[in-house]
Design a protein around this ligand. Structure first.
Ligand code: ZN
Length: 242
């Protein structure tokens, strides 16, 4: 059982949140009891922002996962951290504009995996774009995929969550589309992300990333590039229009 409550999972729209320092590691950074900062993983960058301690702002330059899945925030080396210690109460403030863009791009990549139902071998999100590597022999048509993506955005499908046991997940291996990022093994239940509703499921797969609450929030988007990365690999890049 983790001693942290990962607030970004339950409340991805939370921009500010109080917390307490429960550990400091030279290697990984500062551990909070209730982090709102999402740790780098699965191709999504770690969150940045600030923590505020008695009126002093400390810049958070990255958020990472420790060896057992704990979340650590990394403070800019230029900041003097001597008055941060275990037990210190702090306020977290997320760099929201950046995170919100990651949420939109990340959700768009789920839609892309619906348009291109091939095994996923890699993926990455940056501030500019998101990209996915598909195990597929032929290049898809950019315009066709762009139209499909935009129609799923316009349909404004809801995004919701369920938990699935490891046993059930083993019995339904078709739920796992991403071969490059395996669902966590050290937990009893894995989170399932559903796009659409139970009568009309558009996408359903295990995912620990941050998503918008409905696809309409993504806004217009387009396929910027399709690259051939090998005989059986196509890298497809998605860009948000605004
Ligand atoms: Zn996801």
């Amino acid at each position: 059982m983790s001693d942290q409550e990962f607030v970004y999972n339950e409340a991805p729209y939370k921009k500010e949140h109080e917390a307490r320092i429960i550990g400091i590691s030279n290697e990984f950074g500062i551990k909070l009891d209730e982090p709102i900062f999402y740790p780098r993983g699965g191709g999504q960058p770690g969150d940045s922002g600030t923590i505020i301690v008695n009126g002093t702002h400390f810049k958070i330059i990255d958020t990472v996962k420790g060896p057992e899945g704990q979340v650590y925030i990394k403070i800019d080396d230029a900041d003097n951290v001597t008055n941060l210690k275990e037990g210190t109460e702090i306020t977290q403030r997320l760099a929201w504009d950046i995170r919100y863009k990651y949420m939109k791009t990340h959700t768009a990549l789920h839609l892309l995996s619906v348009c291109l139902p091939f095994p996923v071998t890699g993926g990455q999100i940056t501030f500019e774009k998101g990209r996915v590597d598909f195990d597929m022999p032929d290049s898809p048509n950019k315009e066709e995929i762009t139209d499909k993506l935009n129609s799923m955005v316009e349909a404004d499908y809801a995004v919701s969550y369920d938990l699935i046991s490891q046993k059930e997940l083993r019995e339904r291996p078709q739920l796992i589309k991403t071969m490059s990022v395996k669902p966590p093994q050290n937990v009893d239940f894995v989170r399932l992300v559903r796009i659409g509703n139970s009568d009309n499921v558009i996408d359903l797969q295990p995912c620990g990333g941050t998503h918008v609450k409905s696809t309409g929030e993504i806004g217009k988007l387009f396929i910027s590039k399709v690259e051939k990365k090998g005989r059986m690999n196509r890298r497809v890049s998605v860009v948000l229009q605004d």
